[in-house]
Design a protein. Structure first.
Length: 285
């Protein structure tokens, strides 16, 4: 039986190469790591050692099944991050929770599944010339659409919103200009402590870490302060977290995501983080 199993999806059965940095760091400590696909029926999770969710990047396609899987695994072996965190953080309504606790999130309108919404009217009422439509359970750019009122042709955008709302909740946010001029900042935390930051390109496609234009950057003091405050909003211990920030039109950091389920940690961009992650994992044994 391995000491750990890093959990992935069928598109990366041998793990994201980025996570291999942690695997190698654990190996240098004499510890073993297997890789397993979360919805592979042949896996005996009771013999998987400590399970660490990593690149389960298709869970949104079977969200209910993913939650059942997490419940089952947590009942037979330690699961990190823990089951309550997975349940809370895999649905983006958690953003409402952290906003209530004082997090400066990107302004968001929440639309309920089954409702009828006029996307152009919604945007005009808020003075948004461009907005981003997202499903509340989703990854990367799946279901994400940039809507521009200046295009004049909004039929396709309205059809997209209608299609999403047929069976899921939807969030709408203003398009912030800083995503093009400054880029998104992803601040990584290991066991509650700030580690490093990477910049991300706008509307980043699903790709292994480091292959979608990400670069190591130096976060400024204000970004680290905001991200640290948000990271502490997780209930209980989490082994890894990522706080993604954009600059609002006022220049201040705004939280666009607080990722606790399957975020890329950009270990390849900052190798000391792999050593820190391995040390934290080793401490669980």
């Amino acid at each position: 039986m391995p000491d750990f199993t890093f959990v992935t999806y069928e598109g990366l059965p041998d793990l994201d190469p980025d996570d291999r940095f942690a695997v190698d760091a654990l190996a240098r400590r004499g510890l073993t790591v297997d890789a397993a696909v979360w919805n592979d029926a042949a896996v005996d999770w009771s013999r998987a050692g400590i399970c660490v969710i990593r690149s389960t990047w298709d869970y949104h396609l079977d969200y209910a099944g993913f939650l059942r899987w997490a419940q089952r695994v947590a009942s037979v072996t330690p699961l990190w991050n823990p089951l309550p965190i997975v349940k809370w953080n895999s649905h983006k309504s958690y953003m409402q929770d952290i906003e209530r606790r004082g997090a400066p999130i990107v302004p968001t309108v929440w639309l309920q599944a089954g409702s009828a919404q006029d996307i152009a009217a919604l945007m005009r009422a808020r003075g948004w010339e461009r907005a981003v439509v997202k499903p509340v359970v989703g990854l990367a750019t799946r279901g994400v659409l940039l809507v521009d009122l200046k295009d004049g042709e909004l039929t396709a955008a309205q059809a997209h919103v209608d299609g999403l709302l047929r069976d899921q909740d939807v969030m709408v946010q203003p398009f912030l200009r800083s995503v093009e001029s400054y880029a998104e900042r992803a601040l990584v935390f290991i066991d509650g402590e700030y580690s490093h930051a990477a910049s991300k390109v706008a509307f980043q496609p699903l790709a292994v870490a480091g292959e979608a234009g990400e670069m190591l950057v130096t976060a400024d003091a204000e970004e680290i302060e905001v991200a640290t405050r948000v990271a502490r909003m997780a209930d209980g211990r989490v082994l890894y977290a990522r706080v993604d920030l954009l600059r609002g039109d006022d220049g201040r950091p705004r939280v666009i995501e607080f990722e606790l389920v399957e975020p890329s940690l950009f270990l390849s961009l900052y190798p000391p983080a792999a050593e820190r992650f391995a040390s934290v994992l080793a401490g669980l044994l």
